[in-house]
Design a protein around this ligand. Structure first.
Ligand code: SF4
Length: 395
């Protein structure tokens, strides 16, 4: 457990000032759609960017080869992203840090040591968004860009935030529309179109309009409004939830089986919660809601997304959700705790839970079979419930 600021500071990679600003080429690890916001911010501050390729088996191989065996899967992929970016010419690596009791607190320092041993020369710039909200974040971006123009920061943050909200809205609508669409593939096509538009929009005014435009466009897709569609919450560890390679595009698999997925963690929600000054954050945050709902099963957060996993399961069970899919990387410490609490929650709150543990050995076929069996169970439960309600109305 980390107790003091000094101890926390020791876990950070040491920043290096020797790279001239003009020569800096910035990269960061891949994780879902985070690139859209980071690209908007970094390029608005005038810096050059290198994007490592999307996560693939090749990236995973690089990560596995250069990491200790027991470390978490997200670390292995982060490390591979750094290696691939450095090979493409990056010399400045950015990463956010978080306090807490799991291995995430050591990611950057471990990666820095490993990459140095591998012979790379680079600066690793780490910022803790939880500790000082905007202050450290601004300091980190100033460190790598030396940009002193406040308008550029305003533009970067404004476009970055609006892009995050727009793409997350598109994802939510994709999850809602996919199981209801009349023409197979319409929702996916619409999402891909908007991903591209969101990426290419750079003006402040253009980015502000994106979310509304996304909603309008999804509304045009013909859907079966009367179809009985069960609702499943997808929850678990942050990285595997957001990274489609690691989670084997589980939202698509479940959606194609005629079920609406509601992922419980979105980048924009998290961004708003950690960066917005508490004074302006009036609503109950996702974490606060989870703490409230988890209280019968655990007394405090123990790191990672453990309390979110438990709290969301209880919340879902009490609010008409038909099933829970809990995904976690192999050996993830907080999620192992959640995994051991969930059977009790499932029994007490009467909600089916499917556990999927993902690691580099995971074959897709085995998981698809388990998901299909689970969805079959969820659908039968839903139909039973609908018939029961119909009978009540008839009586
Ligand atoms: S939450 Fe789990 S996977 Fe993520 S760093 Fe912590 S232990 Fe590793």
């Amino acid at each position: 457990m980390i107790n003091t600021d000094d101890e926390q500071q020791k876990r950070y990679a040491v920043m290096d000032d020797t790279i001239p600003t003009k020569e800096r080429i910035i990269a960061w690890p891949r994780m879902g759609n985070i690139d859209l916001s980071m690209e908007a911010l970094v390029s608005s501050l005038g810096a050059k960017i290198v994007m490592p390729p999307q996560n693939t088996n090749e990236a995973l191989e690089i990560g596995v080869k250069n990491s200790i065996e027991g470390i978490c899967l997200p670390y292995k992929l982060n490390l591979a992203n750094y290696v691939m970016a450095l090979e493409q010419g990056a010399n400045t690596l950015m990463m956010f840090q978080a306090p807490g009791s799991c291995r995430f607190g050591n990611y950057t320092k471990m990666a820095q040591k490993t990459l140095k041993k591998m012979g790379y020369k680079f600066d690793m710039c780490v910022f803790d968004m939880y500790q000082s909200k905007m202050k450290q974040t601004l300091a980190a971006f100033w460190h790598v860009t030396r940009c002193i123009n406040p308008f550029r920061y305003y533009k970067g943050f404004s476009t970055g935030f609006n892009k995050a909200f727009a793409i997350d809205t598109a994802e939510r609508l994709l999850f809602y529309t996919r199981p209801r669409e009349l023409n197979k593939g319409d929702a996916e096509k619409c999402y891909k179109k908007w991903y591209q538009i969101i990426r290419e929009t750079t003006s402040i005014s253009g980015c502000k309009k994106l979310k509304k435009q996304v909603i309008e466009d999804f509304k045009k897709i013909p859907i079966d409004k009367d179809k009985i569609v069960p609702k499943v919450y997808l929850l678990g560890e942050f990285f595997v939830l957001l990274d489609p390679y690691t989670n084997q595009e589980i939202e698509k698999t479940v959606g194609d089986l005629g079920v609406e997925v509601q992922r419980q963690i979105f980048f924009s929600d998290w961004l708003e919660h950690v960066l917005k000054p508490s004074l302006f954050y009036k609503k109950e945050s996702h974490r606060e809601r989870c703490v409230r709902y988890a209280k019968d099963y655990m007394k405090r957060a123990i790191g990672g997304e453990c309390i979110e996993t438990v709290g969301d399961t209880v919340y879902g069970a009490r609010n008409g959700v038909d099933g829970i899919i809990h995904i976690m990387p192999f050996s993830c410490m907080p999620e192992i705790v959640a995994q051991n609490i969930l059977p009790k929650v499932s029994k007490k709150e009467d909600i089916p839970v499917l556990e999927l543990v993902l690691d580099e050995q995971t074959g897709k076929a085995g998981n698809i079979t388990r998901i299909e069996a689970f969805i079959d169970l969820v659908k039968r439960r839903k139909l039973r419930e609908v018939n029961k309600n119909d009978n009540k109305i008839k009586k």
